[in-house]
Design a protein around this ligand. Structure first.
Ligand code: SF4
Length: 318
């Protein structure tokens, strides 16, 4: 199946405000500095470390045999959601590992939607079939899915993920989700081997009907810390930023720079919808691991001081 075969299917999530990028919602610097507006808006939650892939660049070091002891069960997850509701959280992003491998993803998703919280998934796309798409469609709330796609041609996406056929599976997942009215984002992690393919991927996505393209840097964390040679140089990061600024200017597709890209150079104003006013970790955002550990944001592999603050002040059991 090619993207040209996908055809025109509905996708108009007017409520949608970017995918995982914490800066996607407009804000003013003055508001940011005012303690009275500190509110935990978005939570990135790795609900399982298990994954059916074992990608070379996985920041979580997830895989088929990756486990965390004491991953939260459904009742514990619901308890966390109740606490997040009390803290005013408006968006939860369930990831992993592969979130659809979590045994209780469905009742948890249902519970989150029942609280009126926007729900997003980040998935590798392998488990998305007609049945799963229908389950997402039937959730009683606003739901979107972000799919990883790292190259314009199969080899680039599949080599790093060691999964032949994965490229077509992702394209099929995009189609299925769109057919079921689920807004789809694509998330691309950029490293040395796919930097040159971004224009080709852009053209592919223009035909796919995805709502957002989030472009983020591969970071030397997780398994990627064993491959620092794949991380972009400063010069390459700048060329990536220029690319993002260009395609945003073209205005054909909503493109969002990941929070690990920028800041404070002349391109900043063109990279995202609001000015970068500082890391939101522990202020407007936090990450939760599958065992309940709290980090600043999902991308933080180490518990930060501010995350410790978040854990003790935001998620205390009372
Ligand atoms: S990058 Fe995503 S798909 Fe790959 S191993 Fe990690 S969690 Fe799984």
């Amino acid at each position: 199946m090619t993207l040209q075969e996908i055809g025109d299917v509905p996708t108009t999530p007017v409520w949608y405000n970017g995918f995982l990028a914490m800066t996607s919602q407009p804000s003013s610097c003055i508001e940011e500095l005012s303690p009275r507006v500190y509110k935990l808006e978005i939570v990135g939650w790795e609900i399982t470390l298990r994954c059916n892939l074992q990608c070379l660049h996985c920041g979580s070091s997830a895989g088929p045999s990756s486990t965390r002891t004491c991953e939260l069960d459904l009742e514990e997850c619901k308890s966390v959601v109740r606490q997040l509701v009390a803290l005013g959280t408006s968006r939860i992003v369930l990831s992993g590992g592969e979130p659809f491998l979590c045994n209780h993803w469905e009742p948890l998703a249902q519970f989150i939607c029942d609280q009126g919280i926007y729900l997003q998934f980040v998935s590798n796309g392998t488990l998305i079939d007609d049945n799963l798409s229908r389950k997402l469609q039937n959730l009683p709330g606003k739901v979107a899915v972000g799919l990883s796609l790292d190259g314009a041609v199969p080899e680039t996406h599949e080599n790093l993920r060691n999964s032949p056929g994965l490229f077509q599976k992702v394209l099929r997942a995009i189609k299925l989700l769109r057919v079921h009215g689920i807004p789809v984002a694509v998330i691309t992690t950029v490293h040395k081997d796919n930097l040159a393919e971004l224009r080709g991927l852009y053209k592919l996505l223009l035909q796919s009907g995805v709502y957002v393209w989030q472009i983020q840097l591969a970071m030397p964390s997780g398994r990627m810390s064993d491959h620092p040679e794949m991380v972009l140089s400063g010069e390459e990061s700048l060329s990536l930023a220029r690319f993002i600024a260009r395609v945003r200017d073209e205005g054909n597709l909503r493109v969002v720079a990941g929070d690990n890209l920028g800041y404070y150079n002349s391109l900043e104003i063109k990279l995202r919808e609001s000015l970068w006013t500082g890391c939101p970790a522990g202020i407007r955002a936090l990450g939760i691991r599958s065992n309940g550990d709290v980090t600043g944001v999902s991308l933080c592999r180490k518990l930060l001081q501010r995350a410790t603050y978040a854990k003790s002040h935001w998620l205390r059991s009372g």
